[in-house]
Every structure is written in structure tokens, then in C-alpha cells.
Design a protein around this ligand. Structure first.
Ligand code: ATP
Length: 296
């Protein structure tokens, strides 16, 4: 049996380029892994099987449409073996929450199966990139600059811990819907000006200045997420009213991430957001968190 822990991400900066002919958008993004983790447990079995417990389990298929299942198949094909493995996902990352939970599970399943099958030489990031745009980053973790569809990564030097509150919503947003809404706003001429390069953010991270990091956070998909889920405006407003340095929609939403001055302020804010009923639930998190790792 192999047990792997794999982190969720928040995009500290998400600049979305124009839609490409292949339907994807070129991104310049700063991924940041937080200590909200899914666990992937794999055991040798007669044939491929999948179970899911925890956050969003009732909404998830346990067949070949699940990214963890696809990860086992892709790895087994690359190694020329049979994917005879039972995969258990224990989820804490919200489904369709803008935190790349499915991608995390795929990355976790790749590492877990590679370990179980003794495949030391397989290039996991290359296989991960085949499974999805956000699937490479959870292998790396910490904080990294992402380009192309998000799969071309460059590590950002280690920086001081950041203290977050994550506010989870009642229902997810499909990332495709958020990108389509942004395209629609751009065609209608109602979209906000696109973000530039993340220079100010990278300088603030290097300086270790949380207030400057807060001022430099940005997400081109946030207006689209707010158009699809107008109630998120009240969530964001409550966060800053209760002491966050800044708040933003995580990726395509609807999870909102609030940067706090310290861990104490994060606990106060988390309780206040739940008391105000502006989210389904809130939890304190911190980053940068490590990428996928075998824990037993
Ligand atoms: P991203 O931030 O990468 O755009 P997300 O966090 O918004 O993604 P995910 O939870 O990664 O959303 O999943 C999006 C969709 O992928 C789900 O609605 C589900 O249909 C599908 N999916 C497949 N496998 C999984 C999985 N193991 N966990 C979550 N979703 C999965």
C-alpha cells in the first residue's frame, strides 16, 4: 500500500490571454500550493477500482472519467503493465472549487502508482501534462510561475509563509463556464483590462511583505466568476471587512482566498465568515505547501 498527500492551489496571479484556435487560453500564472490536501491511497488489486470519500464524494464519478483513474491508466500504458490497482481518494479539496482538486488527485495517483509499481525512471511531469493543464503543478508544489496552459512551470524561490482563509461555496463553477464568460465579456467590450506580468507580486514575495503581496494579487477570471455567482461579492466584501489584507477568487472559483496578516487573524476571519453565513464553510490554510509526497 502507498499513501500520498497532494495539495490544493490558489492562483496568486492569473493573467488570461486571448482564446487560442485550439480553444485553450495562454496563461501567465503564479501557482501557490496550500496545506489543504487530498490523500490518495493505492493497493494492488485484481483490476482497476476507485473509491472516493470526503469533500464532494457524492458528486464524483468513480469510473474512467475520474482523473485519478485516468492517471493510473496513462502510467500503466507508459510502463507497459496492467493498471491492477485499487485507488482510494480521501478528499478535502472542494470539487469544481477553482483549487485544482481533480488535478491534485491525478498527480497524487501518478506518484502513488509509480511508487507502488517501482517505476523510478518514469517522467511524471510529462505524463501529468497529458492529463490536464493544472496537473503538473501539484507534483512540484510550493510557489511557481506557470505559462502556456499552466503546464510549463518555473519554481519561484522559497518565500515566507502566507496565512490564508479559504471560503468554500455551496456549489462549484465549471472552469469551462468561467473561461467562456470571460470570452463573452471580452467580445462585448465589458471585460476589465487584462493583468500585466506578475513582477510586483514576485518582488513582494521575495521581500516577504504580506501587505505588498496582498496589493499585487490578481485574477482575470474573477469578474467572470462574479458574473456567474454574484453572491461571491458579499463573501469578498465580508473578508476585507473582517481583517483580510486582500481577498480574491481562486482560479475559476467559486472558492475565495483571503490573505491575512498572521495565523491569529486568519482564525478570527474564518469564524467571522461562517458567522456571517457568506460561505458554506471556511478554513484556515497556509502556503507554500510541499508538492505530492509519499507519506507511507
Ligand atoms: P481547476 O482549478 O483546475 O480549474 P477545479 O478545482 O475548478 O479545477 P476540479 O475539482 O479539479 O475543479 O474538477 C473539475 C471537474 O473535474 C469536476 O467537476 C469533475 O467532473 C471532474 N473530475 C474528475 N476527476 C476528479 C477528481 N478526482 N476530483 C475532482 N473532480 C474530478
Amino acid at each position: 500500500m502507498v499513501r500520498v498527500r497532494v495539495p490544493a492551489k490558489v492562483n496568486l496571479h492569473l493573467a488570461v490571454g486571448q482564446r487560442r484556435p485550439d480553444g485553450y487560453h495562454d496563461l501567465v500564472t503564479v501557482f501557490h500550493a496550500v496545506d489543504l490536501v487530498d490523500e490518495v491511497v493505492v493497493t494492488t488489486a485484481d483490476r482497476l477500482a476507485l473509491t472516493v470519500t470526503g469533500e464532494g464524494a457524492a458528486d464524483l464519478a468513480v469510473d474512467e472519467s475520474n482523473l485519478a483513474w485516468q492517471a493510473a491508466v496513462v502510467l500503466a500504458e507508459a510502463a507497459g503493465i496492467d493498471p491492477a490497482v485499487r485507488i482510494e481518494l480521501h478528499k478535502a479539496i472542494p470539487v469544481a472549487g477553482g483549487m485544482a482538486g481533480g488535478s491534485a488527485d491525478a498527480a497524487g495517483a501518478l506518484l502513488a502508482c509509480a511508487t507502488l509499481w517501482g517505476l523510478a525512471d518514469v517522467d511524471l511531469p510529462v505524463l501529468a501534462a497529458r492529463l490536464g493543464s493544472d496537473t503538473v503543478f501539484p507534483l512540484l508544489g510550493a510557489t511557481a510561475l506557470g505559462r502556456a496552459r499552466g503546464e510549463v512551470l518555473a519554481a519561484i524561490p522559497p518565500h515566507d509563509p502566507l496565512h490564508w482563509v479559504l471560503a468554500f461555496a455551496d456549489a462549484g463553477i465549471s472552469a469551462g463556464d468561467a473561461y467562456r464568460e470571460l470570452d463573452r465579456q471580452r467580445e462585448a467590450g465589458t471585460a476589465a483590462a487584462p493583468l500585466g506580468p506578475p513582477d510586483a507580486l514576485l518582488a513582494a514575495l521575495a521581500e516577504g511583505n504580506p501587505a505588498a503581496v496582498a496589493a499585487a494579487l490578481g485574477n482575470d477570471l474573477q469578474p467572470a466568476a462574479l458574473a456567474l455567482r454574484p453572491s461571491l461579492r458579499a463573501t469578498l466584501d465580508a473578508g476585507t471587512r473582517h481583517g483580510a489584507l486582500a481577498g480574491l477568487v481562486s482560479g475559476s472559483g467559486p472558492t475565495c482566498a483571503f490573505l491575512c496578516p498572521d495565523d491569529g487573524a486568519a482564525h478570527v476571519l474564518s469564524a467571522a465568515l461562517e458567522a456571517d453565513r457568506v460561505c458554506r464553510s471556511a478554513r484556515v490554510a497556509s502556503g507554500p505547501a510541499p508538492g505530492a509526497q509519499v507519506i507511507s
